[in-house]
Design a protein around this ligand. Structure first.
Ligand code: 3EB
Length: 287
C-alpha cells in the first residue's frame, strides 16, 4: 500500500499465460483463468466516470474471453473518504461501478462478485480482478444487509459486491473468496472509535460468512487455514488488531503466519479495520 512494487500474492498456472492489454486493462490468461488490473488516473475525469471507465474496460476484456465470469475484485484508490464536489469519493466510485455493471448487463445485485475497496496513500484507481469460466456461487451474510441493498443513506448507488464467492477450481478443490469484512451489522457501523471491538465484530462476520458458505456449498473452510489480508486505518492500532486476530485464528496457526497487514483507509470514515480472506478445500461439487 506504500506504492512500492513488492509482490504480495503469487498465482501459478500449468500452462504459459499470455500477457495482453486492452484499454486500461493489462491481463494474463491461461484459458481457464483470467487475472488482470485496470489502472486509470482519476484526476481529470472524477471518480464516478473513472470507475465506470475502468469497469467498462474490464467487462470488454471478459466479453471477449471464455473466462467471462468475475469471481473477485480488489479496488484501490487514493482519498477514498474525501469529498469531491460535495460527494464522498467512495460514493462516486459506487455510482460509476454500479452503472458499469448495469451497462454491461452484469448482475449488479444478487450474484455480484466478491470484492474489497480500500484507500491508498496515492496513485491512480487500480482495479485488480480474477475471472473464470464458471460463475461462482454468491454467498451472503445473515448478520448483514446485502451491500447491494444498503439504503441510500450510504450513497445514491449501492456498492456492487457479494459477501463471498465460492467456486470450483479444478482438481477436486473449491475456493472461497471472502470480501472485505468490517464492523457492520445490519447496515450500520458498530463500535465507533473502538478498534478492538471492531476487529472482533469483523471476525464474527467472517465466521458467519464461512458458515453460510458451508450451508450453501457443503464445504468447510476452517478459520485457521485461510489466507487473510488485514487492512488497518491507523498504524498505531496494529498491535491491538494483531492480538485480537491471532487469538481468534490461533497463535502460530497457518492463518496467523500467513496474514498480511496493510495500512489503508477503509471505505466508511468511522471504520478502523477491514479483513478479507481466501482459502481452498476439497470438494466434489459446489456450484
Ligand atoms: C462493507 O461491508 C464494508 O465497495 O467493494 C467491503 C467490501 C466494503 C467491499 C466494496 C466495501 C466493498 O460495506 C466496505
Amino acid at each position: 500500500m506504500a506504492g512500492g512494487d513488492s509482490v504480495l500474492d503469487a498465482w501459478t498456472s500449468s500452462t504459459a499465460p499470455q500477457a495482453q492489454q486492452h484499454g486500461c486493462v493489462h491481463y494474463v490468461t491461461d484459458g481457464h483463468w483470467l487475472h488482470g488490473r485496470a489502472e486509470i488516473d482519476d484526476s481529470g475525469l472524477g471518480m464516478q466516470a473513472t470507475a465506470h471507465q475502468a469497469y467498462a474496460d474490464v467487462f470488454a476484456v471478459l466479453a471477449a474471453s471464455p473466462c467471462a465470469q468475475l469471481l473477485r475484485v480488489w479496488n484501490y484508490f487514493a482519498h477514498i473518504n474525501a469529498d469531491a464536489s460535495g460527494t464522498e469519493r467512495y460514493r462516486q466510485f459506487n455510482a460509476g461501478r454500479q452503472q458499469a455493471f448495469i451497462d454491461a448487463q452484469r448482475s449488479a445485485f444478487d450474484g455480484s462478485p466478491a470484492a474489497c475497496a480500500l484507500g491508498t496513500h496515492g496513485g491512480p484507481l487500480r482495479v485488480y480482478f480474477l475471472a473464470g469460466r464458471q460463475a461462482p456461487l454468491a454467498i451472503e451474510n445473515p448478520r448483514q444487509v446485502s451491500a447491494y441493498r444498503y439504503p441510500d443513506t450510504y450513497g445514491q448507488r449501492a456498492p456492487t459486491f457479494s459477501r463471498a464467492a465460492l467456486a470450483e477450481v479444478g482438481g477436486g478443490r473449491a475456493a472461497l473468496f471472502i470480501s472485505g469484512t468490517a464492523s457492520i451489522v445490519g447496515h450500520q457501523s458498530l463500535h465507533l472509535g473502538d478498534v478492538r471491538r471492531q476487529t472482533e465484530e469483523s471476525l464474527a462476520n467472517i465466521a458467519a460468512v464461512r458458515e453460510a458458505a458451508k450451508a450453501r456449498g457443503g464445504v468447510a473452510f476452517p478459520a485457521s487455514e485461510l489466507f487473510y489480508t488485514v487492512y488497518v486505518r491507523h498504524r498505531e492500532d496494529l498491535p491491538t488488531v494483531r492480538e485480537v486476530f491471532e487469538s481468534a485464528v490461533g497463535a502460530g496457526s497457518h492463518a496467523a503466519r500467513e496474514a498480511i497487514y496493510l495500512n489503508a483507509d477503509i471505505c466508511r470514515a468511522e471504520l478502523l479495520v477491514e479483513i478479507e480472506a481466501h482459502g481452498f478445500a476439497s470438494a466434489r461439487s459446489v456450484v
